[in-house]
Design a protein around this ligand. Structure first.
Ligand code: SAM
Length: 225
């Protein structure tokens, strides 16, 4: 199947919410995008050029307001952090936080992460992929819109370095069971005894306040034999 046909066959994992963009976010999108933004059009330049240095890269998919991403980037300056999100106000919020934290190891893309994984990121270029509280798509007829599917994990397998990690969390128990089922079928990955530390996200706090149990796991791409 060619990539155009694949694109059409894929149900999207998001709906483009309009949401209000505040004037501070609009300013950030205009003034800070040249510093932190990576335009999706055309081929992605090598990550060394994107970040202006050579360092291992962490990819966060669907970072929402970006608080967790900015905190991780501030706490781990030895890594490059690439955040991919479709929601424009979220990108604006994240830019404001990045500026406040004075980060130089963060870059953002406004894009569908599936397309970024499929056609923009080089093979074996990412040390860790973070997917925190992805949209659970609770209705059965929408399950096909969930990001975690065998095809998506195959894209992660391609993008991750050997030994690289997939860190995933959800507050929706049926989605957790679905993820475990998908990952059980992916023999290239092994589940780690415990996931790495991270700070709480906005959707996690919301889920916890509703009494949802937080499920979290880390899977390692087995190193080459
Ligand atoms: C439920 S929110 C969670 C946000 C954040 N991770 C948190 O925990 O607070 C899911 C986010 O994923 C984004 N998203 C969904 N599918 C995406 C995709 N294919 N590419 C990039 N972002 C996506 C949505 O726009 C939304 O902001």
């Amino acid at each position: 199947m060619n990539s155009e046909a694949e694109r059409r066959a894929d149900p999207r994992s998001f709906v483009r919410r309009s949401g209000r963009t505040t004037s501070a976010q609009k300013r950030a999108l205009k003034e800070l995008w040249p510093r932190y933004g990576v335009d999706e059009t055309g081929a992605l330049p090598p990550l060394k050029e994107v970040f202006g240095r050579e360092a291992r890269t962490v990819l966060e998919i669907g970072f929402g307001n970006g608080k967790t991403l900015v905190r991780a980037a501030a706490e781990s300056p030895q890594f490059n952090f690439l955040g991919v999100e479709v929601h424009r106000p979220g990108l604006g919020r994240c830019l404001l936080e990045a500026e406040r934290a004075g980060l130089s190891n963060l870059r953002l893309m406004q894009a569908d992460a599936v397309e970024v994984l499929r056609s923009q990121l080089p093979q074996a270029s990412v040390a860790m992929v973070c997917l925190y509280f992805p949209d659970p798509w609770p209705r059965k007829r929408h399950h096909k819109r969930r990001l975690v599917q065998p095809g998506f994990i195959a894209l992660l397998e391609r993008a991750l370095e050997p030994g690289g990690m997939f860190h995933v969390a959800t507050d929706w128990s049926p989605y957790a069971e679905h993820i475990e089922g998908v990952m059980d079928g992916m023999t290239a990955f092994e589940r780690l005894a415990s996931p790495p530390a991270r700070c709480a996200t906005r959707f996690e706090l919301r889920g916890s306040a509703l009494g949802h149990k937080i499920w979290e796991a880390a899977y390692r791409l087995r190193p080459l034999a």
